[in-house]
Write a protein that binds this ligand. Structure first.
Ligand SMILES: NC(=O)c1ccc[n+]([C@@H]2O[C@H](COP(=O)([O-])OP(=O)(O)OC[C@H]3O[C@@H](n4cnc5c(N)ncnc54)[C@H](O)[C@@H]3O)[C@@H](O)[C@H]2O)c1
Length: 259
C-alpha cells in the first residue's frame, strides 16, 4: 500500500487537453489512484467518451468541452466542475498547440499563427489558473502544474513560437508560485522530452522520427520517451509528498538535457 503522502483519492484534478495524447494518460492514471479527473478539452466528444469509459469502470470522472484560450469557456468549465464535484484540488495546464504545428524557419511563421500559439499555450495558463484560484483558496490550498517542454533548455529551433511559449510557461510558474504561496497553493512545471504520443507520431514525418531515434542514443536512458514516463512526476507534484516544492521545473526526458 502506498504511503499516505501519495494518496490522491477523492482529489478533483482538472487536466486541460485531457481527451487525447499525454493528457489522456494523465487522466487514466489519476482515475486509477482514486482521484477524480476532469477532462477539459476542445474535443468535447472525446472528453465525454473518456469520462464515460472511466465511470463505467467504477471510477469518477467528468468530461467537458472547453477552449482554454477563451475566457468565457474557461469560466464555464470551472463552474461546471464546482457544480459537479464541489471543489478543485489540482489544475494541470497541459493543453497546447504543438504536434499539429509545422516545423520550419522562424521567418516563415505568420503573425496570426504566432498569436494563436501564445493564446493557447500561454494565455490559457493565466485564464485557467485565475478561474480555479478562488476555489483553491477557499479549500485552503491546491496544486497547479504547468506543462512546458525540454526544448527550452536546448533552444530547439524550427517551431520558434512553440519553444518561446514553453519558455514563458517557466516564467509564469516561478512568478505565480510567489504570489499564491500564502494561499498554500504550489505551482510547478514539467519539461517533457519528445514523447511518442499518438498525434506527435502522426504529424512527424518518418525522417524526423528516425532522427529522434538517433537522438535517443545521446540520452542517459537510451530509449524513446512514452506518455507513461511522465505520470510519476505528475502524481508526485499533485500529492502531499511535494507540499514544500514550488516554483520549480522538473525535467523528464531520460537524461537528454541535464537541468
Ligand atoms: N509529445 C511531446 O513530444 C511533447 C514534448 C514536450 C512537451 N509536450 C507538451 O505536453 C502536452 C501534451 O502533449 P501531447 O503530445 O499530448 O499533445 P496533443 O497535441 O496530442 O494533445 C493536445 C490536447 O490538447 C487539446 N487542445 C488543443 N488546443 C486546445 C484548446 N484550445 N483548448 C482545449 N484543449 C485543447 C487537444 O484536443 C488534445 O487533446 C502539451 O503541452 C505539449 O506541448 C509534449
Amino acid at each position: 500500500m502506498a504511503h499516505k503522502l501519495f494518496d490522491l483519492s477523492e482529489k478533483v484534478v482538472i487536466v486541460t487537453g485531457g481527451a487525447s495524447g499525454i493528457g489522456r494518460v494523465y487522466c487514466e492514471a489519476l482515475a486509477s489512484c482514486g482521484a477524480k479527473p476532469v477532462i477539459a478539452d476542445q474535443n468535447e466528444f472525446l472528453a465525454q467518451q473518456l469520462a464515460s469509459d472511466l465511470n463505467a469502470r467504477g471510477q469518477s470522472a467528468l468530461g467537458l468541452g472547453c477552449d482554454v484560450s477563451n475566457p468565457d469557456s474557461v469560466i464555464n468549465m470551472v463552474s461546471a466542475v464546482i457544480k459537479h464535484f464541489g471543489s478543485v484540488h489540482g489544475l494541470v495546464n497541459n493543453a497546447a498547440l504543438m504536434s499539429t504545428l509545422p516545423r520550419g524557419p522562424w521567418y516563415e511563421i505568420e503573425q496570426s499563427d504566432w498569436d494563436r500559439v501564445m493564446e493557447v499555450n500561454l494565455r490559457s495558463l493565466f485564464l485557467c489558473s485565475r478561474a480555479v484560484y478562488p476555489h483553491m483558496k477557499k479549500m485552503g490550498g491546491g496544486r497547479i502544474i504547468n506543462i512546458s517542454s525540454n526544448r527550452i533548455w536546448d533552444g530547439t529551433p524550427n517551431r520558434l513560437h512553440y519553444t518561446t511559449s514553453k519558455a514563458g510557461v517557466v516564467g509564469f510558474t516561478r512568478a505565480l508560485s510567489r504570489e499564491v504561496g500564502d494561499d498554500n497553493i504550489t505551482v510547478n512545471a514539467i519539461t517533457p522530452g519528445f514523447t511518442a504520443s499518438e498525434r506527435q507520431i502522426e504529424f512527424s514525418n518518418p525522417a524526423y522520427v528516425v532522427k529522434m531515434q538517433e537522438l535517443n542514443s545521446r540520452k542517459a536512458l537510451k530509449r524513446t520517451q512514452i506518455p507513461e514516463d511522465l505520470v510519476g512526476v505528475l502524481l508526485f507534484l499533485l500529492s502531499d509528498a511535494s507540499s514544500y516544492i514550488t516554483g520549480q521545473t522538473i525535467n523528464v526526458d531520460g537524461g537528454a538535457m541535464m537541468h
